[in-house]
Design a protein around this ligand. Structure first.
Ligand code: UTP
Length: 289
């Protein structure tokens, strides 16, 4: 079973990043020289995506535009002999990958956003990726999940360890007794528990492979934490009906939905960029003095 459909919910308001996100979608903020959404699409394409389903909002047209062809720009770059830039613009989305936009009329929560993609997803297992979380690794996090899914055939959720005092920011998973290794069967998941209540320190980071059953469950899910329809609540019910696994992926994650994570991502990605890393290192040393 191949995973070809990748749902990218991008209809949220991005309030933690105001005023930057008043007129520009959070997912269009750039880390070094690429918008967040492009890193996510590249991770999806590497994992085998054939359809990218953007769940979007009327105020976020820039996201759809980013993946559209721009013949005038391509012509100008060609005429000026700017081959490298032309390649960059042309390779934003490979020919065999289709970008589809569906609307979430109101930001009623991540679970609701995923449900808006149901008519396009149909009756097949699918991936969900949160575009404000960058994960650096080769192979990418999604490719790691897909490889496991090919043998496992069950829903798999990417998780990573966080400090106990941080658990109240995340969905936290609980595991079946005696589960060991990187892939562990889940017994539950709770949204933003207190450090005392948290069943583990494994947090859900925004990379999921889900069976279509979750769409059925989302239709019945009522609003939960923060008055929003939570994907976590539907997954908690899914766990009572079929096996769901947590996978501690290889790689470093950056939560670009808030200032510190975004700045850290920019710094670390810039330090990995051969064009600017040497000069940046010098600048950092100068500032540290
Ligand atoms: P967040 O929880 O980060 O919400 O959503 P947000 O609205 O983007 O940002 P803040 O909290 O107000 O700063 C995680 C992902 O889910 C999408 C967001 O666009 C983001 O990519 N989302 C969230 C939706 O598509 N619809 C929603 O109703 C909520």
């Amino acid at each position: 079973m191949k995973i070809t459909k990748y749902v990218l919910p991008v209809a949220g308001l991005g309030t933690r990043f105001l005023p930057a996100t008043k007129a520009i979608p959070k997912e269009m903020l750039t880390v070094v020289d690429k918008p967040l959404i492009q890193y996510i699409v590249e991770e999806a394409v590497e994992a085998g995506a054939e359809q990218i389903i953007l769940v979007t909002h009327a105020s976020k047209r820039a996201l759809e535009d980013h993946f559209d062809k721009m013949p005038e720009l391509e012509r100008v770059l060609e005429e000026k002999g700017k081959q490298q830039l032309l390649e960059k613009v042309r390779s934003i989305i490979p020919e065999h990958v289709e970008v589809i936009a569906v609307r979430q009329p109101e930001p009623l929560g991540l679970g609701h956003a995923v449900l808006c993609a149901a008519p396009v997803v149909g009756d097949a297992p699918f991936a969900v990726m949160l575009p404000d979380v960058l994960i650096h690794n080769s192979p990418g996090c999604m490719a790691q999940l897909v490889e496991l899914f090919e043998t496992q055939g069950s829903s798999i959720i990417g998780v990573e360890n966080v400090a106990r005092e941080e658990v109240n920011k995340y969905g936290i998973v609980s595991l079946q007794p005696d589960e060991q290794g990187a892939l562990q069967r889940m017994s539950g998941v709770v949204e933003k528990p207190t450090p005392e209540q948290a069943p583990s320190t494994l947090s859900v980071v925004g990379r999921y492979i889900l069976t279509p059953k979750v769409m059925e469950l989302l239709r019945e899910t009522e609003s939960g934490a923060g008055g929003e329809i939570q994907l976590t609540d539907a997954i908690a019910t899914l766990i009572t009906q079929e096996p769901v696994y947590a996978y501690t992926f290889k790689g470093s994650s950056y939560d670009c939905g808030h200032k510190m994570g975004f700045v850290q991502a920019n710094l670390e990605y810039a330090l990995r960029d051969p064009e600017i890393s040497a000069e940046l290192e010098q600048q950092i040393q100068r500032l540290a003095k």
